[in-house]
Design a protein around this ligand. Sequence first.
Ligand code: GLV
Ligand code: MN
Ligand code: MN
Length: 415
Amino acid sequence: MSAPASTADARRALERCDELAGLSASAEGVERVHLSPEHARANALAARWMGELGMRTWSDQAGNQWGRLEGRAPGLPALVLGSHLDTVPDAGRYDGVLGVVSALEVARRLAPRAGQLPFALEVVAFSDEEGTRFSTALLGSCAVAGAWREEWWERTDREGVSVREAAERFGLDPSRIGEVARRPEDLVGYLELHIEQGPLLEAADRPLGVVTSIAGARRFTGRVVGEARHAGGTPYPRRRDALVGAAEVVLAVERLAVEADGIATVGRLQAHPGGVNVVPGLVELSLDVRAEHDEARDALVERVREHAQRSCARRRLAFELTETHTAAGVRCDEELQASVLAGIAATGDDAPPRIWSRAGHDAMAMAAITPVAMLFVRCADGISHAPQESVTLEDVAHGIDAFEAAVLDVARRRG
Ligand code: GLV
Ligand code: MN
Ligand code: MN
């Protein structure tokens, strides 16, 4: 593999990842959630960086930050490059963020030649991909795709603040959410660079991969309902311990997912009332289910639901599952994938790994209105959604080179 054209751009991109992490790093680590003060600070920083490149900048009514360079004529449809700036709790520095800062490096390289491009070049920093705050995901990109749902306004965070209240406090006008939607005819496509968040590139000893499809997740809040009673005084035959029931559910979730070659995770579990000497009467848990194809994922959801209901009933417990998020899996566009492959080939690898993404991405929402494709960058040990996320300077340099070459390939195809 040839040496990357420039490590200076990659160094700046990584310094910016650090700068964004520094906006929200506290004793608890990095956390930047939708419509928070950290979100406003991150958008302001991204807007400044976009402005420095001569981009026209704006933030929309869903909290997304945009920048645009005109192409060879004003008002041409745009090729959009981007990712998200929100994070999971106790996050790493690169999930989403690397895609935004790399898109800015591509814009920096192309800015002097933008007037020759057959499209406008836009960079977007989406506001909510993770769903950390409101237990749903892709709020920013769904608004752009015209897929906003009215019921989302009433979703609340753990403090009981609704999306509507949070949006108003952020300075947004919920009645104008419809204006965020972009028209398909105003777009050429959407390209996203992202860390892989898995170990396949490392195992293949390759810095970059091309994404073939993105698995759609379904997320739920589950409730196991029993009866809170005295921990000492209640004989076992009388106990209806919701936490023991939930423990059986958690084990079954893992077993059923492995059997079905799917992926299912209980990431949050809360026992109530939470007294050391009280039999737990209620457990709330989260459930996230994925598979390469939506049919397999949906079948796994039903198996988990039936199994949990049966195992809870044996303990005289009720089990309820409420859906909080669903995203359809999407296939990446063949022609844009070919451009990503051409971009990676320009860095010296003409047969990079082809990967279906187990993680969700803003590209899934954007696919409803425009062709999408993605480029993965290797991350150490495949670890993500954790502070240990790490990438190398050299891989990021290859990633930016490939990203730029992919954009130029799209330009070449459009003539
Ligand atoms: C987003 O990172 C997801 O796949 O949950
Ligand atoms: Mn991400
Ligand atoms: Mn993520």
